[in-house]
Design a protein around this ligand. Structure first.
Ligand SMILES: [Zn+2]
Length: 178
């Protein structure tokens, strides 16, 4: 069984854009490729919900990951108040396995990225509504100038990727095998 990574946005949908023009879709894609590369070093087969610069719908992404062991969706946050910053992770309400995955991701990413802790939140996001345990990470605020700068950096993307990878490895090691 595969681990699935969802690089948020793509194609005609760039996602949020930072004040210096950094596109969320490009950051999500790059981090997703790094995550896949590291997961493969663990010997974990890894699928992506999009294989190139395209923009499948949220339900298409969810459906492509239907048979996976877990799904992690990668995004960057944005808000109309530029001072807002930090890291947050989402899970589907009432899905205890997904909420556990979200907590492990949040704690792992807090260590590797050293961002402000905005906590784990529950929300009915379509991409998270499928069968496998699923969580959506918001790596930092692309609308915050300091965090946009970080999101541009390869070293930051590496740390974000490692945070996600360690969390997934931990999660699937303790999760009941299907
Ligand atoms: Zn997004």
């Amino acid at each position: 069984m595969m681990v699935f990574i969802d690089p948020g946005h793509g194609g005609t949908d760039p996602g949020a854009t930072g004040t210096t023009g950094l596109r969320e879709a490009d950051v999500n894609w790059d981090v997703a490729l790094k995550v896949r590369q590291y997961l493969q070093r663990y010997g974990l087969e890894t699928g992506l919900t999009r294989e190139r610069d395209e923009s499948p719908s949220q339900s298409q992404r969810r459906d492509r990951a239907a048979a996976a062991r877990c799904l992690v969706s990668i995004h960057c946050n944005s808000y109309n108040e530029p001072s807002v910053q930090g890291l947050e992770t989402y899970a589907w309400p009432g899905r205890h396995d997904s909420i556990a995955l979200a907590w492990i991701l949040q704690e792992s990413l807090l260590v590797t990225t050293a961002r402000k802790d905005r906590g784990v939140k529950v929300r009915n996001l379509t991409v998270l509504g499928g069968d496998p345990p699923s969580a959506l990470v918001e790596l930092a605020f692309i609308s915050n100038p300091d965090e946009e700068k970080l999101l541009r950096e390869q070293w930051y993307r590496e740390k974000a990727a490692l945070g996600i990878v360690y969390a997934i490895k931990g999660f699937i090691s303790i999760a009941r095998k299907k």
